[in-house]
Design a protein around this ligand. Sequence first.
Ligand SMILES: Nc1ncnc2c1ncn2[C@@H]1O[C@H](COP(=O)(O)OP(=O)(O)OP(=O)(O)O)[C@@H](O)[C@H]1O
Length: 385
Amino acid sequence: MTVTTHATSAQSSAEGQPRTGVDIVGLRKRFRAPDGTIVAAVDDVTLHMPKGDFCVLLGPSGCGKTTLLRCLAGLEHPDEGSITIDGQPVFGPGIRTVEPQDRPVGMVFQNYALWPNMTVADNVAFPLTTGPRKNRLPKEQIRARVDEVLKIMGLSSHGSRAIGQLSGGQQQRVALARAIVAGTDVVLFDEPLSNIDAKVREILRRELRAMQQDLGFTAVYVTHDQAEAMELADQITVMRAGKVMQTGSARDIYERPRNRYVAEFIGTANLIPVTSTGSEAHQVGTPIGPIRIADPGPDGPADTPRFVASRAHRWWIDTAERSGENVWSGEITNAVFAGSYTEYVVQLGETSVRVWADDNPELAPGRKVWVGVDPAACVVVLDHD
Ligand SMILES: Nc1ncnc2c1ncn2[C@@H]1O[C@H](COP(=O)(O)OP(=O)(O)OP(=O)(O)O)[C@@H](O)[C@H]1O
């Protein structure tokens, strides 16, 4: 990827435009693969990213997250739809497409994309020193702004160093500093921490979140790492094959997945097929008998298969006989000690469930047990949208 430059915040704020975050409507981007087939990399995406929120695009490799981000940056030309960034239409029918360097966004790439022959300070200053000369800040102001940003990123004493004299984590700090130096209201991140070792990544992640909250910019952050998404995001958008599967807070997505894909992609879910609508409200029939549920799930075509989804850690396990709603007896078929919990696989007839017991009762496979789950932790999800 190439480095893009960033418009100054002065441009977006001085014109007094309304700042609303990022709005994407009906966006499509197709590519022709080498074998001639057409790939719908972004497939009718409509998404609102509220101003000042940390918005994560999450999904497996190839689901279209980077293409969507590149469309926001202006590095890809979408086939259809519209994009508005902080009230400024940058792409859409009847709109002159705004070039990357004129969009009110900063961008941080996975591979840092720094200029190796420039010092740290010059790399950070770069977005302020490009564009029409008449719009540029005076030199002293650029220097002051660069110093300020280097301080925020803990790089004050590194300004005159060459890029090659920095560690990977420090280089990524420089890239972050460069993305925020112009004070743009939207910063785009393409898996910025994935080349950094795990310990430093954790630190940078926390710093990035704190910095984003302090400065108040809207972050659009691409990752395939669900833990990273959950730690950082105000809003997570789960993508699959170019489409948005679900958008919500980390808690919404985790506790109220709307389809099987989301339930399985985030966390560990037990999915038990729904065989009938159940004789009472908030109850469904399944191969292990009726299950009481909290949420009947989204409407969808009647013939779409449905499942009761529940998180493994919301189940309990007991060796003493238990009875009541959402309680079953079964046999442990596998037990794996995972440190803070033990995962048991328990066979209930033809169905097996995973139970994460955090009191580590040390039960061996073959043991008869009772297991159960709180109805509040059971939601019905569609097989697909
Ligand atoms: N320039 C291109 N030419 C042809 N196909 C492309 C091009 N760019 C992306 N694609 C295809 O579009 C789809 C989405 O790619 P994209 O890079 O957006 O996915 P991603 O979710 O960001 O994946 P990753 O996490 O691996 O980067 C993939 O099938 C990819 O092969």
